[in-house]
Design a binder for this molecule. Structure first.
Ligand SMILES: NC(=O)c1ccc[n+]([C@@H]2O[C@H](COP(=O)([O-])OP(=O)(O)OC[C@H]3O[C@@H](n4cnc5c(N)ncnc54)[C@H](O)[C@@H]3O)[C@@H](O)[C@H]2O)c1
Length: 271
């Protein structure tokens, strides 16, 4: 007997070996979904798959043939794909030194010593490779995932997709131009795909988390974290569980009238 809202449904989650993705996997499994756990790190994918009694599908989301093959495998195995969560992501690197300069600049600004403020060099020190990888993982990965999933979902005339953007995609700030650009692109992409597929019973939404306590924030210094938290109205980082509840709502029947929308959960973050 089916008691849980997602019983029998099949959910594919990228980057689910850690942080938010792992929490999404647990939350959806709790409500009866069969979860396919993707991650770049095969060990992490297998570990979370065993925790949620799902299956692992380790590959790099920037590899479109691997994505196509993985979705085909899921269809061969289950005969359906109900949910896709494009979550895999990486953090901007090498921002700590520039961030220290930004703090000094901020103090100079408060004393109106503008001419003494220094270039931050976030952008001038960004390499071609860093730019390229950031755009590929977030934006290309989301495109490859949606394209592969829609080939199944359009046939079955049912499906829900959640693309994980970020508060920085809505309110970009200095220090993460490539990350913010990729995440803003995900918002536009989400709205376009939702418009293309709404009449087919497919819903596509974006979630913009604020700062959430996951390993993604590990490279941030204590000073950076303290400065970030002062901008969060609620006064703390978010938890993975808080974002998982929102994602669970968006993939379930409770959100049947939501598509092409952007849902922010930032604790009142002010950029
Ligand atoms: N933590 C935050 O504060 C925050 C805020 C806003 C948005 N996000 C977004 O949430 C998503 C999840 O981040 P998280 O905080 O859970 O980070 P995390 O580092 O804990 O997890 C990210 C996972 O994605 C995997 N991954 C990275 N590149 C991949 C690739 N090319 N193919 C497959 N898997 C890959 C990693 O191996 C890792 O397991 C990301 O898209 C991130 O940008 C996070």
């Amino acid at each position: 007997m089916n008691n849980s809202p997602l019983d029998g449904q099949v959910a594919f989650i990228t980057g689910a070996g850690s942080g938010l993705g792992a929490a999404f996997a647990s939350r959806l499994a709790q409500d009866g979904a069969n979860v396919v756990v993707n991650d770049l790190d095969p060990q992490a994918a297998h570990h979370i798959a065993s925790v949620v009694e799902g299956i692992a599908s380790p590959f790099d989301v920037t590899d479109s043939s691997a994505f196509d093959a993985a979705i085909s495998d899921v269809f061969d195995r289950f005969g359906r794909l109900d949910i896709l969560i494009n979550n895999a992501g990486i953090a901007p690197s090498g921002t700590a030194a520039s961030f220290d300069k930004a703090i000094v600049n901020q103090m100079l600004r408060m004393e109106t010593r503008i001419s003494e403020m220094q270039p931050l060099d976030y952008l001038t020190s960004l390499s071609d490779q860093d730019w390229d990888r950031m755009i590929r993982v977030h934006l290309y990965g989301t495109f490859y995932g949606c394209r592969a999933a829609l080939r199944v979902m359009q046939q079955q005339r049912f499906g829900t997709i959640v693309n994980i953007s970020s508060i920085l995609g809505q309110s970009p700030s200095a220090g993460a131009a490539h990350y913010s650009t990729a995440k803003a692109g995900i918002i536009a992409f989400t709205k376009s795909v939702a418009d293309e597929t709404a009449h087919l019973g497919i819903r596509v939404n974006a979630v913009c988390p604020g700062y959430i306590d996951t390993p993604l924030l590990t490279p941030f210094s204590e000073l950076m974290m303290a400065a970030i938290v002062t901008r969060i109205g609620i006064g703390r980082l978010g938890t993975v569980g808080e974002i998982a509840e929102l994602v669970r709502f968006l993939v379930g029947p409770e959100s049947s009238y939501c598509t092409g929308s952007v849902f922010t959960a930032s604790g009142g973050y002010n950029a």
